[in-house]
Design a protein around this ligand. Structure first.
Ligand code: UGA
Length: 435
């Protein structure tokens, strides 16, 4: 059992803290946000993430998981310090490391014996060295090991991804650090999960290379889907056949309105900035970003086509505001890119999402929000599906047609049956399936 402090109570910090306590460690998750910590101590989880509530509840009951704002005290009392603070994007696309820097300074002031200082936040290559410098500059104690341990969990399946990962990546300099980290992840390790022990720089690069590759795969299939529309091919069959090839794999080959979320858009841009800094333009990823930006504009064109090029004054029902199902996170979601454009063009927007409405309202308070899809589509001129929530997959198309003033639909996630849409005389659009 190790004493661990996780600094940062966001998606990565909270899930990591809960997951590590589930592995049997005594974990405190600290955050400067008093409100958030009070909520957590009252048993309220600030994010929607399947399975997280019960994991937190059971580990708090077993007295293995705690929440606090007293960062310095927790640092002093811990064997392992995990940095999981936000690394937002600067205007120029680079990563803003100010939170990481300030936390590193706090750690250096409070370190009192040998500790592992481990970064889980996604930080550009070279950040580890920078953190080590800060730690050494402000402290007499040099007896610590710095570890880079990037996290690969996805929102919406974060708990499962943390507890049963595909691989663990540990970047460190000493055998002592590797063996302590192996102990931290012992339950995973004994399940024969591959552990990659490597250098700090390589670990940092693995994270960016992995995320950017997945983003590239999505932009690639979106490119192919757009071409399929021109040549009357079905992108689903193309992707399915491609996926049969083990070298390609069927994962992340689902076409749509473009990737969003707090990671892919930010990490692809950061990789491009890294390339520029080191005078090596990463052209594949530059192209993936460009395709992604154009993909949401294509959705606007499709909506225009469905409305005979007259958006102004039309009622548009948008289903799905989060960047993907099973999350209330709206960062860089398709809805955040498409809805403002529709409003600029004079549309009246009705909006619905099973869990993300409250988050969306913060930024877009003036839309017409509804509590179910039925009320949202009532008298609408077009229905636009932007997130593949299960309740939209199973939508009753006959009922939908009856409720709308005009049966037109953009299925940007390709979740509806084309046969049924045709049978019901819907005017429809999708991505890559003009069959
Ligand atoms: C992503 C990675 O998948 C995680 O491994 C990583 O840890 C995380 O970023 C991170 O760096 O923190 P996440 O952003 O939570 O996870 O969600 P994904 O499931 O990867 O989806 C990202 C976007 O790609 C979504 O907008 C999704 O709709 C889109 N997507 C995904 C597609 O358009 N097509 C696909 O085939 C798959």
């Amino acid at each position: 059992m190790k004493k661990i402090v996780v600094i940062g109570g966001g998606y990565v910090g909270l899930v990591s803290a809960a997951g590590l306590s589930e592995f049997g460690h005594r974990v405190t998750c600290v955050d400067i946000d008093n409100n958030k910590i009070n909520q957590l101590n009252d048993g309220k989880i600030p994010i929607y993430e399947p399975g997280l509530n019960s994991l937190i509840e059971s580990n708090c009951k077993k007295k293995r998981l705690y929440f606090s704002v007293d960062i310095e005290k927790e640092i002093k009392e811990s064997d392992i310090i995990i940095i999981a603070v936000g690394t937002p994007q600067k205007k120029n696309g680079e990563v803003d490391l100010s939170y990481v820097k300030s936390v590193s300074k706090t750690i250096s002031k409070s370190i009192n014996k040998y500790k592992i200082i481990c970064t889980k936040s996604t930080v550009p290559v070279g950040a580890g060295k920078m953190i080590e410098k800060i730690l050494l500059k402000n402290n007499d104690i040099t007896d610590f090991d710095y570890v880079s341990n990037p996290e690969f969990l996805r929102e919406g399946s974060a708990v499962k991804d943390f507890l049963i990962p595909d691989r663990l990546v540990i970047g460190a300099k000493s055998e002592k650090a590797f063996s302590i980290m192996k102990e931290v992840y012992r339950p995973i390790y004994i399940n024969e999960t591959p552990i990659i022990n490597t250098t700090i720089e390589t670990a940092e690069m693995i994270k960016y290379a992995s995320n950017a590759f997945l983003a590239l795969k999505i932009s690639y299939i979106n490119d192919i889907a757009n071409l399929c529309e021109e040549v009357n091919a079905d992108v689903h069959e193309v992707a399915k056949a491609m996926g049969q090839d083990g070298r390609i794999s069927s994962k992340f080959l689902h076409p749509g309105p473009g990737f969003g979320g707090s990671c892919f858009p930010k990490d692809t841009l950061a990789l491009v900035q890294m390339g520029k800094k080191f005078n090596y333009p990463v052209k594949t990823i530059e192209a993936a970003i460009a395709v992604n930006q154009e993909q949401s504009l294509r959705m606007i064109e499709k909506i225009e086509y469905l409305l005979d090029n007259k958006i102004s004054g039309k009622k548009i029902a948008v289903l799905g505001l989060s960047f993907k199902p099973q999350t209330d996170d709206i960062r860089e979601s398709s809805a955040t890119k498409i809805i403002p454009e529709l409003i600029n063009k004079g549309a009246l927007v009705n909006a619905y999402d099973p869990v993300a409405i409250e988050n969306f309202k913060i930024y877009y308070p003036n839309l017409n929000y509804f509590e179910n899809w039925e009320d949202t589509v009532k008298d609408a001129d077009v229905c636009v599906i932007l997130t593949e929530w299960n309740e939209f997959r199973g939508i009753d198309l006959e009922k939908l047609k009856l409720l709308m003033s005009n049966p037109a639909i953009l299925d940007s996630k390709n979740i509806l049956s084309i046969e049924k849409l045709k049978k019901l005389d819907f005017k429809y659009e999708n991505v890559g399936r003009k069959i």
